[in-house]
Ligand binder design. Structure first.
Ligand code: SAH
Length: 335
């Protein structure tokens, strides 16, 4: 697989604009062979062909309804990304790390610790792969969510670098408002992002309304508790005027009672004001916990809505291809 640094090296001796041309051809046009880069001389194309392969090594799995495609990339170890085609949008969910160090108790990716951060290139390649696929249907990736394997803010610089390339009008041209970053609650990352003056969306994985529960399911809460997290979130809202998404995964018997819903309502209103909405996530069970039953989710949602809170429920993608965080890549790694 190619790396931007390698391309830079080969084009070092050329005029400066050649690199930009190459990047535009790869990221915007989606060329899959250097032969397609007709503005380059034959000699230069041959040189690039010799040194750099544009192939992306990956294996894809499609759901029966073809709305979801999950791809496992071979970056030494396997990582995964998912394309979801829904309501006219082509959303790619990308991974930012191989494994994860956050160790959230309910999450499959956290079970095996952190292997390493993904590079900026490796993050970009996940989106590029789907753009190549969609190009065949005269379409392209419209939205990117950093909600795959890994904690984006634990790999801050590479994630930000990737976001800038995705957002670049001459490269991927994905609007900032169509890019979302989700964090388990790394407060320094939230503070840093607030200063970037980007119009991207922030999602916060809260998943509990008390420190008692959050301490149990998300170890990060022992470093940055709910108060600290929501204060940073409130400041983020104040600084960016962007509406933040609060994620809440419904775990049976853990955080899904009407009491939890009332406490969550009170907490969010008190700490965040009104520029937020709640995303209720149906848990994709990976063993340890059970997903809350449908009627409990409905009651929970109703309490929030009746209190005037905007609620969305994440559309359930790709159950039959193990679209829960980290599941498929792990199985591929075992083989
Ligand atoms: N580390 C980041 C982003 C990756 S996970 C974060 O924690 O926000 C994206 C979202 O999926 C998070 O809210 C996470 O808590 C949730 N999640 C993890 N495992 C899940 C599962 N099995 N079913 C449903 N949601 C899950």
């Amino acid at each position: 697989m190619f790396h931007l640094e390698e391309i830079k090296k080969v084009l070092q001796a050329e005029q400066k604009f050649r690199l930009r041309q190459a990047l535009k051809a790869i990221y915007q046009q989606g060329i899959e062979s250097w032969d397609e880069l007709s503005v380059f001389s034959k000699d230069l194309r041959e040189k690039l062909k010799k040194d750099i392969s544009l192939e992306i090594k990956a294996k894809s799995y499609e759901t029966s309804d073809k709305k979801t495609i999950k791809v496992v990339f071979d970056f030494g170890k396997n990582i995964e990304a998912v394309l979801m085609c829904h309501q006219g949008r082509n959303t790619v969910c990308v991974s930012t790390q191989i494994g994860c160090s956050m160790a959230c108790d309910f999450c499959y990716s956290g079970k095996f610790g952190l292997e390493r951060n993904l590079s900026e290139d490796e993050i970009i390649l996940q989106v590029l792969y789907f753009n190549r696929l969609l190009k065949k249907e005269n379409s392209r990736v419209s939205n990117v969510v950093f909600m795959g394997m890994g904690e984006p803010f634990a790999n801050y610089n590479n994630v930000l670098g990737a976001i800038k390339i995705l957002n670049d009008k001459e490269l991927f041209n994905i609007g900032a408002r169509h890019i979302s970053v989700s964090t388990s609650g790394l407060v320094p990352g939230i503070k840093k992002l607030a200063k970037e003056k980007l119009q991207i969306n922030l999602s916060v994985s809260l998943h509990a309304s008390s420190d008692e529960v959050r301490d149990k399911i998300m170890p990060i809460n022992k470093t940055y508790n709910i108060d600290t997290l929501l204060e940073a979130t409130r400041n983020y809202i104040k600084q960016t005027r962007r509406r933040v998404m609060i994620e809440y995964v419904m775990l049976a018997g853990i955080n899904d009672s009407p009491k939890d819903a009332n406490e969550l309502t009170k907490l969010l209103k008190e700490k965040l004001g009104d520029l937020f909405f709640v995303n209720i996530i149906k848990y994709n069970s990976t063993g340890e916990y059970e997903s809350s039953p449908k009627n409990k989710i409905e009651v929970f949602k109703r309490i929030l809505i009746d209190e005037g809170i905007d609620v969305v429920e994440r559309y359930r993608f790709g159950k039959d291809i193990k679209a829960a965080c980290g599941q498929l890549a792990k199985e591929e790694n075992k083989k």
